[in-house]
Design a protein around this ligand. Structure first.
Ligand code: SIN
Ligand code: FE2
Length: 216
């Protein structure tokens, strides 16, 4: 088992092109996984995961939190980026340096230089949780890419077109994979199919997704 872990660390990440400006960077986060998880623990102590309501009145199945200058939230009034965590009425935890560095490196590997995210959304999925097809379009400017890090249990990521009803590609995402999409693909619909039950050696029965964006 240890041999496998060593190999993972030494393997250069494999870049899969999903679309013109959308890439799956396989295993890109693996060398930093322990650091990422330690930073994540500290963020979630300050801003715990919580279930949120959609404007339509549904309760999201994933639990969410944020860090960075702006945090994404949803409630009955709509989707918002806010400098304050509504649970504590305090600023969101600072963006950990390892998030910033990894996001910039991943963006750069996908052809987007100078990526400096000011917002990090954390999605925690228990088995059965999902994310319906949506566009990331609450950001002020769409020139920066989306960088999305997968940890823990695998997921089937759906990557679609510019209309909700367009056909989707299904991409299996594993612990340590990073998806980057921007440019002409920035506003594509995407989502996550219900997570299958399972156990991950570091994260147990869950999948964590860390999405970095330039929102403000
Ligand atoms: C999202 O689009 O907010 C989440 C994507 C993911 O969990 O992979
Ligand atoms: Fe999204």
């Amino acid at each position: 088992m240890d041999l496998f872990a060593e190999q993972d660390l030494q393997q250069p990440a494999r870049v899969e092109r999903i679309s013109d400006q959308a890439f799956a960077l396989r295993g890109f986060a693996l060398p930093k996984a322990k650091e990422l998880l330690a930073a994540l623990d500290s963020v979630l102590l300050q801003a715990p995961l919580r279930q949120m309501q959609t404007p339509g009145g549904y309760t999201m199945s994933a639990r969410l939190s944020s860090c960075g200058a702006l945090g994404w939230t949803t409630d009955r009034d709509g989707y918002h980026y806010s400098p304050l965590d509504p649970l504590s009425a305090r600023p969101w935890p600072a963006m950990p340096g390892v998030f910033l560095a990894l996001a910039a490196a991943a963006a750069s590997s996908a052809g987007f230089s100078g990526f400096v995210p000011d917002s990090c959304l954390i999605n925690a999925y228990a088995p059965g949780a999902k994310m319906s097809l949506h566009q990331d379009k609450n950001e002020r400017c769409h020139t920066a890419p989306i960088v999305s890090i997968s940890l823990g249990l695998p997921a089937i990521f759906q990557f679609g077109g510019f209309e909700r009803s367009d056909p989707t590609q299904r991409i299996a995402l594993f612990h340590g994979d990073i998806m980057v999409w921007g440019g002409v693909d920035r506003l594509r619909y995407h989502g996550v199919m219900p997570i299958k039950p399972g156990h991950h050696s570091l994260l147990g029965e869950q999948r964590i997704n860390i999405t970095l964006r330039q929102a403000g």
